[in-house]
Write a protein that binds this ligand. Sequence first.
Ligand SMILES: Cc1ncc(COP(=O)(O)O)c(C=O)c1O
Length: 404
Amino acid sequence: MAIILARRMADLRASDIREILKLTQRPEVISFAGGLPAAEVFPVEAMIDLTANVLRREGHRSLQYSTTEGHPPLRRAIARRMNATTGTRVDEDEILITSGSQQGLDLSAKVFLDEGDVVLCESPTYLGAINAFRAYRPRFVEVPTDDEGMNIEALERLVAHHERVKMVYVIPNFQNPTGRTWSLRRRRGLIEVASRWQLPVIEDNPYGEVRFAGEAVLPLKALDGAHLVVHLGTFSKTLAPGLRIGWVAAQPSLLHKYVLAKQGADLHTSTLAQMQIAEYIEEGMLDRNLPLIRELYRERRDAMIAALAEHLPAGASHTRPDGGLFLWVTLPPELDAREVLKDCIAEDVAFVPGGSFFPNGGHENTLRLNFSAMPVERITEGVKRLCAVLSRHLEGSQARASCV
Ligand SMILES: Cc1ncc(COP(=O)(O)O)c(C=O)c1O
């Protein structure tokens, strides 16, 4: 007799891209595919000393079970930091520590979504969120998005048109995958629509502190008079993703639902890792290391943009992010980034085809490039090779068009 899996498993499939990208693990490959932070700026030495201090001071408490809500000094440090740097007014009781912001996404779906409910999201949006939400079997409705963020008129029309809209999911700072940042006007517009329709907004903000140019824009959480915003934060891009520490900031009665959902998932997040990060912040190390991260990423973004300016064939365009890890390339409509990727891998260069970031498919003429993980010389060389493959594909498609 065959075993019968839950229906949701039918929706969870390994993507074909993942299989192709496995080929990019070879060290000679110049990979713009992953979303890895630069390992050079991980504070390894500082963490050795700090961990010894924490273990000596906290003793068995650092290795014991702890509360679901999280280590109080870390919750306090996060609330303080958010309020000081982003203009929010959150209390430490409004912070739940999670195992990365990825867990915040899973818990959001667990808290809000029944099968068939509608999630409104940017088009394109973060692949990891699509996958996390998909396990709860919602319908994704993509809202048209441009350089300023979501089109608010379209958002309102879609909210009015669809029954069972349960939440709006957005990444307003240096979005994954496009690198775009929402204007303040669009942020206010989203909050107005959410308030009118009493819609929860999941504000996913892993990159807000990785700004290396321009002025910061207020987060949705700071504009949220109606307390509808669930803000997700993380130390993955400001310290190290391997520690797996993120947080949810939400009004207390809603946060309590997240706490209940998290209890069933993993009881609580690693006690030792929470203590390490609390100490790291308290000792001022986060503030000292962040400028190094920003400077390195700015250099790498500049190198990528300079190489694209030199080599990107006419008809293709790209975004110019002021922070984060990614930029987004739009190719002429006749090109398929999946086909381009196959040829790039033969040249030892990799990226992620953009179609994967659209929950309802399409847009195969787009691609995402990561600029944080490779040194400048490899970025320059990789973009040159990528653009040579692109030019070949363009010539091929033009030749085919002229034969028709
Ligand atoms: C938009 C977005 N949200 C959430 C995550 C998950 O990050 P983590 O779980 O490491 O905090 C990522 C990771 O790249 C991301 O790009």
